[in-house]
Design a protein around this ligand. Structure first.
Ligand code: CA
Length: 219
């Protein structure tokens, strides 16, 4: 038995999932929106998360990044109607652990969830006064201060914040921030980081360290 957080906007699928998971003994907290998920799952992090990618108020991968950046370390299973390679790769770069394309068999979902629960590895806890990312509005907040990030800035910072104290290599950051691929020059990455640093200054917190030629580190 585990606590499972579900974020799926389609009411039919949400109730089928909730019922099926409760039937096998899990405790389920189900929400329909990214904004609700951010509130609910940050307050009481479930042991495993099921996140739909296409949500009305955001992308499930951005929600995953924002949750990871706020210290939620539960493994994530993404649900998607799309099964293109780009979506899968970008899902994993966002910190997701597994993928299931709709439609799927409930039995397969249960098997994948059990595997994720076995693989669980805790990460370091996040300081209480650290800035928070909001996945539905691409906002960065700290106390009552708030700035808006572009989707690329959001993904870049989210990827860094998900691994506090560790160097994230340049190519990993590029893959996370530009999920559709394409050529991204070193200068482009650096100028995005400069912009993010200014926005961090605006909310009064958080430092990104440069490791020349290697990558960047969040605090
Ligand atoms: Ca959806």
């Amino acid at each position: 038995m585990a606590t499972v957080g579900v974020c799926e906007d389609e009411p039919g699928l949400r109730s089928v999932l909730t019922r099926a998971l409760r039937n096998v003994g899990h405790e389920v907290q189900a929400v329909a929106l990214a904004s609700e998920a951010m509130r609910a799952f940050r307050e009481t992090p479930p042991q495993v998360l099921i996140l739909d990618i296409g949500l009305p108020d955001g992308d499930g991968r951005d929600l995953c990044l924002a949750l990871r950046a706020s210290g939620v370390d539960a493994p994530v299973l993404f649900l998607t109607a799309r099964d293109g390679l780009h979506d899968k790769v970008a899902g994993f770069e966002a910190g997701g652990d597994d993928y299931l394309s709709k439609p799927f068999e409930l039995e397969e979902l249960r098997v994948r969830l059990d595997a994720l629960l076995r693989r669980r590895t805790p990460v370091a806890s996040v300081p209480a006064d650290q800035p928070l990312l909001d996945g539905s509005r691409h906002a960065l907040t700290r106390g009552d201060r708030e700035v808006t990030l572009s989707p690329t800035e959001f993904r870049l910072l989210g990827r860094l914040m998900a691994q506090p104290g560790q160097v994230v290599r340049r190519h990993t950051l590029v893959a996370a921030a530009w999920p559709m691929g394409g050529q991204v020059s070193d200068n482009t990455l650096d100028s995005y980081v400069r912009r993010i640093r200014r926005k961090l200054d605006d909310v009064g917190g958080g430092a990104i360290t440069t490791l020349r030629g290697v990558g960047y580190r969040w605090q």
